[in-house]
Design a protein around this ligand. Structure first.
Ligand SMILES: *Cc1c(COP(=O)(O)O)cnc(C)c1O
Length: 308
């Protein structure tokens, strides 16, 4: 299975759990989603599945992924854990590949505390998924007639009710996050050294699970991302450094470093979690005020951290 190296650990664990071999893909620095070109020379005849991750609620380049999948006879499993309601060329994510996986874990845009959903238009896959999450039961068979080796992966009706209620207000919240993200894009473009990710007209709807921007330490007197983030937090801005490359965990398959994954993880990417996008305009402006303040004092911050 092809998995981007810049994703949540769960994407890889899902593959390893069924003893699939992982091929790490690098990401594009413009979008931080899968760069399918990066695995061109790495796949073999045994490669079966590609898992594009719609990171931050931004649909991966599904034109490129689909073309590559068709050429190489691969199935597409979309990791849409962060992308409820997002659309690529007016098609909802999770409905583009053979199957899609959504998460309702507590940080996600639609949540039941925990839980998730699988989408597919393939009856056979739907049946198997239903059965596997019901300890291998057949859909219409007797209760103890387990036909597959399965698990209890069910969510409760309580959780489903909570999710249904959220579906009603989800479009409004999506719009709010989108207009906040556009406003932040505009504000960031006025400061050298911080840059929004590329906007792509093929993304007809972005779910904005995260607001990610690129930080350039060179414009901040070489102040490392880690210290920039620490300073932002001290200014009261919720943000974090995001993922490490998956191959940096010693219990996951290793890889030689992938250049863009390394850059995103260790140098550039700053993540702001989605609840911030539900705040008012003045609160978003506080982010810019904090960045400008840190930039102005970047030399001093760097020196203070060196000496302490
Ligand atoms: C949250 C998340 C998952 C896993 O979801 P769980 O419901 O916590 O298992 C998988 N992939 C990505 C990209 C995620 O953000």
């Amino acid at each position: 299975m092809i998995v981007p190296a810049y994703t949540f650990i769960g994407t890889a664990i899902a593959a390893l759990d069924i003893d699939a071999k992982i091929i790490y893909a690098d990401i594009s620095l413009e979008t931080y989603t899968i760069d399918i070109e990066s695995v061109k020379n790495k796949i073999t005849e045994r490669t079966k599945v590609v898992i594009p991750v719609h990171l931050a609620g931004r649909p991966a380049d599904m034109d490129a992924v689909r073309e590559f999948a068709e050429e190489n006879n691969l199935s597409i499993l979309e990791d849409a854990a962060q992308a409820h309601g997002a659309e690529w060329r007016s098609r909802r994510v999770g409905a583009i590949g053979e199957a899609g996986a959504f998460s309702f874990q507590s940080s996600k845009n639609i949540t039941a505390g925990e839980g998730g959903a699988i989408t597919t238009d393939d009856d056979r896959l739907a049946y198997t998924a239903w059965s596997l999450r019901n300890v291998g039961r057949p859909r219409d068979g007797p209760w103890y007639e387990h036909r597959l080796y399965g698990w209890n992966y069910r969510i409760t009706e309580w959780q489903a009710a909570i999710l249904l209620a959220q579906l009603e207000r989800a479009p409004k919240l999506m719009e709010k996050r989108d207009s906040s993200a556009r406003y932040l894009d505009k504000l960031l473009m006025e400061i050298d050294g911080v840059e929004p990710l590329l906007s792509d007209p093929r993304i007809s709807r972005h779910a904005h699970h995260l607001y990610i921007f690129r930080y350039d330490p060179a414009e901040f007197n070489g102040l490392k991302k880690e210290l920039f983030i620490q300073a932002m937090r001290e200014e009261g801005i919720p943000c974090n450094a995001g993922y490490r490359p998956l191959y940096s965990y010693n219990f996951l398959p290793s890889s030689s470093p992938l250049p863009n994954t390394e850059k995103a993880a260790y140098i550039q990417a700053v993540w702001i979690p989605q609840p911030v996008l539900l705040a008012e305009k003045e609160d978003l402006e506080d982010i810019i005020i904090a960045i400008e303040k840190i930039k102005k004092h970047s030399r001093k911050i760097k020196e203070e951290c060196k000496s302490s």
